[in-house]
Structures are given as structure tokens and as C-alpha cells.
Design a protein around this ligand. Structure first.
Ligand SMILES: Cc1ncc(COP(=O)(O)O)c(C=O)c1O
Length: 431
């Protein structure tokens, strides 16, 4: 497989961009090899600068749930583009997307648009601290909520991929206010509430973890968090930046029937453009400026192109059968991965939910970050590289989830599973 052009572009990028990338995992640091520079993408496929073609299961890390360059989204974008690209004044398109979100998420009565998931979680924390008058927050080990200072403690995704505990530049005074518990461990959450009674403003959680690899909540975990938050007077924040409109219409809160106080959204709601959101009950959201005293703002918030792409994406997803199709595709992949690994006796556990899937080179089950870290990283690296060579583009880290789109066809799945069997067989032979 030719990589000459990607290699050249990477060298050039590294001169002017730290590490040659604008988000760390893109650099392929934990899997080795040269990151593929993308030339263009269409449907379920991406095409790199050397002309190689890949079946894509990254989907820009989640947003591309309709597939790349989906014709309805392009049409909506062309129409929006003609009217101008940014006004810094309200538009009907913002209200339209907000109405779609409030209609789909049972816990959201009002929503504020921002430009990234990081902004959404950071703003939700500020609001939670403001309304409770408390400073500490509780997060789960291996969950990633963007790169705001107090959320970089024990974070998943790129932070876990790089194997760093947090980040220099985050003052200790901030991290001291972040309490951690293992994912799926209600007793640890209860212990934290006992210890910091009246000090914890909120619990923030990925309702289905996707940044330590994919780890589903155990039965009772999310309702248990709801109950503990109510008992101790803290807010429950679901970070559905990844799971919102990904695992189900209306997100994980609909699937698991648990109502958080605040919800963060991103990825799918921007349809591949920079948009994200946070929302919740009216009386909470009314605390935000200009209605209330809690300040948050953004020059490009509610950008009309992003609103158009997001609304069109949701409109397409609302068609009957979308989530059944996504669910069937992701399940086929998760099952196929397990079966292929079992044939060559490589320990692997996998799962899927809606359009999201994940796997660990671990006999399983995996319930938390500690167990996720015990998975065989060297095996993942060989698997990733073997799949890439065979034209399948997976996330370049064991601590990420995979995503399918409505553009994936049965033939793509067959080709992916054939590549999986060939790659796993070659790993088994080399053992
Ligand atoms: C659950 C979750 N929250 C927040 C974020 C941060 O979003 P962004 O990268 O748009 O800032 C991510 C990004 O992957 C995420 O997966």
C-alpha cells in the first residue's frame, strides 16, 4: 500500500502544526505507521492522498452517521451557504435544531448551541456549580468529556492513548475538585458522596462509555446514579456527545429510561460541522445569560451552516428503520469480530449498541477502565495495522469506540469481516 504522499504531507505538517495534527490521536502514536492524510470521503469510504480506499468505521469520530458527503446534507449546506456563512445574530435555523433536540430528548426543555463537545461539558459544569453553589464534580475513570481543565483527570480517549494521568498546565487547585470513581461502581459513588457531603455539584458520566473503548452501563448503574444524585442534592449530567442520536433516537437516556438534569450533545447534532449543545430542564437552563447570571457565549455558536447540517442529519435519522439498520450493522460487526477471534483462539470481547460498537483483546467482560487497560495492546496494534493494510479504517487506539453509518452496505460488512479473519489468522500464526 502506497503511503508516500501521506508521509510527505505529515512531514510538512509537523513543521507548522504540533505533532502534525490538530487532535492528538490522529497522529497514530499508539499504533505506529504514518497517519493517512484524507483527500476526500463519500458514503462509507474514505480516500487518502495516495489514492488508497478504506471502509471507514471512525466516521470523523462519530458525526458521520449518514455517511460522508450525504446528498441531503450537502443540499442543505448549499442552500444555507447561499444565504451567508455567519451573522452573529439569531437565525430560525438555531430554533429549528433546538426544537428537534427538545422533541427527541425527554429531559431537555431548553438547549444552548455551542461549537464543540468540550464547550458543552465545560458549560454544563459551570451551570451545575452555579445552581448548587458547590465546587466538586464527580467523573468516572476512563470517561472523556473534552479537554476542559477539571475534566482532564483520569480521562479516556487521547489522554488514555498517550498513557498520561492528566495534563501539565492544569492547576492542582482545579484537579483537587475533581473526584473520580470507577465506571459501573455505584458503591464508590456513594462513598464519594458520603465523604464530600454537600460539596459535590454534579456527577458527569458517559451513559455508555466510548472513550475507554466501548463499555456499557451495567443494569442499575444509571438509575442508581440518578437516585444518589437526588439523595445528595447533586445534578446528574449525561455527556451524550457521543451517544446522543448514536445509540438511539433521543440518546442513551431514552434507551435506558433515565432522565439526567443536564445533557451534553455534539458530534451527530452537528452533522459533521462544528456544533454541539447542552440542555436540560427549563428552570436550570434559564440560569444561563442573558436570562440568568451564569455566563457563556460564542462568536460562532449556532452557526447557520452547522445548524443546517445538524438538522438535516436528524431529519434523515428520524425516518423509520434508521436505528434498526444501524443496530443490525453494528451487531453484525461485533458478533463477526468475536466469532473470527474464537476460530483462531484469540481472546476478544465485543459489544454494540445502536450505531456504536467496541472490542477489546481481552477475554471479558470489561466493566471499567481498569479492565479495559488490561486488554492486549500489542495485539490491538497488530490488528489495527493489518486491517488498515486490508482497506479497513478503524480508530487508531484501543481506547475508542467504532461507528457505523447508514451508508455502510452489506458488501462493506462482508469485506470487513473477511479482512478481520485474514488479519486475526495472521496474528495467530505469528504467535
Ligand atoms: C463523550 C464525549 N464528550 C466530549 C467530547 C469532546 O467533544 P469535542 O471533541 O467536540 O470537544 C468527546 C469527544 O470525543 C466525547 O466523546
Amino acid at each position: 500500500m502506497a503511503t508516500r504522499r501521506s508521509r510527505q504531507l505529515f512531514r510538512r505538517a509537523r513543521r507548522v502544526i504540533p505533532g502534525g495534527v490538530n487532535s492528538p490521536v490522529r497522529a497514530f502514536g499508539s499504533v505506529g505507521g504514518v497517519p493517512r492524510f484524507v483527500d476526500h470521503a463519500r458514503g462509507a469510504r474514505i480516500f487518502d492522498a495516495d489514492g488508497n480506499e478504506y471502509i471507514d468505521y471512525v466516521g470523523s469520530w462519530g458525526p458521520m452517521i449518514l455517511g460522508h458527503a450525504a446528498p441531503p446534507v450537502l443540499r442543505a449546506l448549499r442552500a444555507a451557504l447561499k444565504r451567508g456563512t455567519s451573522f452573529g445574530a439569531p437565525t430560525e435555523s438555531e430554533t429549528h435544531l433546538a426544537e428537534l433536540i427538545c422533541g427527541a430528548l425527554p429531559s431537555v426543555e431548553q438547549v444552548r448551541m455551542v461549537s464543540s463537545g468540550t464547550e458543552a461539558t465545560m458549560s454544563a459544569l459551570r451551570l451545575a456549580r452555579a445552581v448548587t453553589g458547590r465546587s466538586r464534580i464527580l467523573k468516572f475513570e476512563g470517561c472523556y468529556h473534552g479537554h476542559a481543565d477539571s475534566l482532564l483527570v483520569g480521562a479516556g480517549s487521547g489522554v488514555a492513548t498517550l498513557g498520561i494521568p492528566g495534563s501539565p498546565g492544569v492547576p492542582q487547585a482545579f484537579t483537587e475538585l475533581t473526584v473520580q470513581a470507577p465506571f459501573n461502581a455505584l458503591d464508590a459513588v456513594q462513598g464519594a458522596f458520603e465523604r464530600w457531603r454537600d460539596e459535590i455539584a454534579c456527577v458527569i458520566v458517559e451513559p455508555v462509555a466510548g472513550n475507554m473503548g466501548m463499555v456499557a452501563p451495567e443494569p442499575g448503574f444509571l438509575p442508581g446514579l440518578r437516585e444518589l444524585c437526588d439523595r445528595y442534592g447533586a445534578l446528574l449530567i449525561f455527556d451524550e456527545v457521543m451517544t446522543g442520536f448514536r445509540v438511539a433516537w433521543g440518546g442513551a437516556q431514552r434507551l435506558f429510561d433515565v432522565k439526567p438534569d443536564l445533557t451534553c450533545l455534539g458530534k451527530v447534532v452537528g452533522g459533521g460541522l462544528p456544533a454541539a449543545a447542552y440542555g436540560g430542564r427549563r428552570e436550570l437552563m434559564e440560569q444561563m445569560a442573558p436570562e440568568g447570571p451564569v455566563y457563556q457565549a460564542g462568536t460562532l455558536s449556532g452557526n447557520p451552516l452547522a445548524m443546517a447540517a445538524g438538522a438535516e442529519t436528524l431529519r434523515e435519522l428520524a425516518r423509520p428503520g434508521s436505528y434498526e439498520k444501524l443496530g443490525a450493522l453494528a451487531d453484525q460487526l461485533a458478533t463477526g469480530l468475536r466469532e473470527a477471534a474464537a476460530e483462531v483462539e484469540i481472546p476478544l470481547c465485543s459489544q454494540s449498541l445502536g450505531g456504536m460498537f467496541g472490542f477489546f483483546f481481552h477475554a471479558g467482560p470489561v466493566h471499567d477502565f481498569e479492565q479495559a487497560r488490561q486488554a492486549d495492546a500489542a495485539c490491538f496494534q497488530r490488528f489495527f495495522r493489518g486491517m488498515l493494510k486490508r482497506g479497513v479504517y478503524l480508530a487508531p487506539s484501543p481506547f475508542e469506540a467504532g461507528f457505523v453509518s447508514l451508508a455502510h452496505r452489506p458488501a462493506d460488512l462482508r469485506a470487513t469481516l473477511a479482512a478481520t479473519r485474514a488479519t486475526l489468522a495472521s496474528i495467530a500464526r505469528a504467535r
